[in-house]
Design a protein around this ligand. Sequence first.
Ligand code: MG
Length: 419
Amino acid sequence: MMSNRRSFVRKLGAGVTGLLSLGGLSAAIQSSTSPSRRPKLRITDVQTAFVRALHVRITTDQGVFGDGEGVDAVSGGASIVSGFRPALIGQDPLNVDALFERIRTSGIFAGAQAGQYVAALSAVEIALWDLAGKALGLPIYQLLGGKMRDQVRIYCDSATNNRNDPKAKEWIAQIIDLGFTAAKIDIDDGRDPARFDRVNWTANNAEIDHMIDKVAFMRESLPAGIDLAVDMHGRYDLGTAKRVARLLEPFRLLWLEEPVPPENVDAMRDVRESCHVPICAGENLFLRHGFRELLEKRAVDIVMPDIQKCGGLLEARKIADMAHTYYVPMAPHCQASPIGMMASCHVLAAIPNALVLEWHWGHPAPRMQQWKVYVKEGEIIQKGFVTVPDRPGIGLELDEEAVKRMLRPGAAWFAPKTS
Ligand code: MG
């Protein structure tokens, strides 16, 4: 058997040599434009722009560049990114995780555990992945382990939650017409007229009734096939959270989100153990380290990192993998532009335990229009799903002229240096 195989290989070799000499074959390989034979890339600049969020652009000595985005904790992001420049300029951008770790560990005394430091680093990390994908000619999901699914399920953050809202019917019809299979509402209300105290977050019976009625109204307005999630924004005390969670049990929610503030994992676990509603949290946690205790203490049914804030794409993949060992799915928070949202979709395409991704721009009409013109590819959500593109990197291109018009007055567009 073995000798037969050897003789077959010898014959094959003779045939190939007959068609093309070994020298010719070698020359053909050498002259091919295989990206893996590229000369080494070097980072030449790291630029920022602040539109609705912090955008980071990393440029190289070969013209190829990458775009990333950070959200929420980014009001000082441009300045923080400027501080990362010495760790990036002149480096090979394809060593994404090494650059990430270098910046993260060098900031241990500068707040690198959470907050603005990590959100700014997230934007840089995502820009590096976009750049790496473009340089190698591959979509990011391919660099994160390959594709598990072609489409990522999206849920719509509802613009209404209230039967007394004169626009409620219009907004709910929009969720249905756009084809979403899941929606989310907020039920925390600091301006509830029944509230006695502007500081204390113990809800009284009337407030709780208002919260439950919002869920009842949405549940009776949406078709049964559209899942409903509910967010309490981490505002309430433990007793209120438990009471609300128990009262929400009949609604078969997709999840109840941050019923208590995120810092006390034991309190979150107490809520989870007190009810049968799936508990979801994580948008205010950072890095895989921030999710360890949440998972170890079985405090949630679903993890919700914000990928543009928690550390970026590979960090989100690491969080997802850690959650997967607890049989916990991931449903990332997302209020990014189409650039950040599509970057998140590459992660969700590549992990086994992807549940659903947030879409946050469904509120007033002008924001909807901004969403649609943000990238040259136009609308990326079709019937409640995003198809992950096979183009290199994130696979979207900012419509720079359109986005520049959204800049805050006086803000620079990808300023080379920030103070
Ligand atoms: Mg939330």
